[in-house]
Design a binder for this molecule. Structure first.
Ligand SMILES: [Zn+2]
Length: 196
């Protein structure tokens, strides 16, 4: 049970992890808090955007689209490895997922299959959207993978979490495939090494 860190702490934790951070507009106050609570937080969720082009990707994640208002995450990790902060607070990234998965994340145990959509994930997860077409062919540059590792580790370090608190959207919500192109097991190994 952890309250979300402040926006200022989020920014400084990301920078302390060696990331290049871009602050987009009034990100600290751009959120969906009027739709429900944010927190307690239990983990970090990784996504791919199904977009190409950094500028357009960041815009969509900040503003959302028809039927899904932004922000769509907290940080957008573009292919060059920069982290663009587009919102802070409740954001539309996780949707409904599996309560058994949430329990496993809280306990930092191996994840069960996600076969239910009964729990509000936007309340409980930090979210990073990563620029990629998600077609299994669009490459993931090492600079981007390194930034995903660092961003997730930065949040874990603040809260005293292990890499088991980092999950992919595909591990949370039935039917989701993101992120596609690397495995969350491999990414958790990297985060684990970084947190040692
Ligand atoms: Zn997603």
């Amino acid at each position: 049970m952890a309250p979300p860190m402040s926006a200022g702490s989020f920014l400084s934790r990301l920078k302390a992890e060696g990331l290049t951070v871009v602050e987009v507009g009034d990100w600290e106050h751009h959120n969906r808090n009027h739709k429900g609570p944010w927190g307690p937080v239990h983990g970090v969720m990784i996504h791919h955007t199904v977009t190409s082009g950094s500028r357009r990707t960041v815009e969509i994640c900040r503003d959302g689209y028809s039927g899904l208002p932004g922000p769509l995450c907290h940080g957008v990790i573009t292919k060059d490895g920069r982290v663009h902060l587009v919102g802070y607070g409740r954001s539309n990234h996780a949707g409904l997922g599996d309560d058994d998965v949430l329990r496993a994340v809280i306990a930092e145990k191996a994840l069960p299959p996600d076969n239910e959509a009964n729990t509000d994930g936007n309340r409980h997860f930090y979210g990073f959207e990563c620029e990629n077409l998600g077609d299994g062919e669009d490459p993931w540059p090492e600079a981007q993978l390194d930034a995903i590792e660092r961003a997730a580790a930065a949040v874990c370090r603040h809260h005293g979490w292990t890499a088991r608190s980092v999950i992919g959207h595909l591990e949370w919500q039935p039917g989701k495939i993101d992120p596609r192109g690397f495995t969350m097991a491999a990414m958790r190994d990297r985060i684990h090494e970084r947190l040692k």
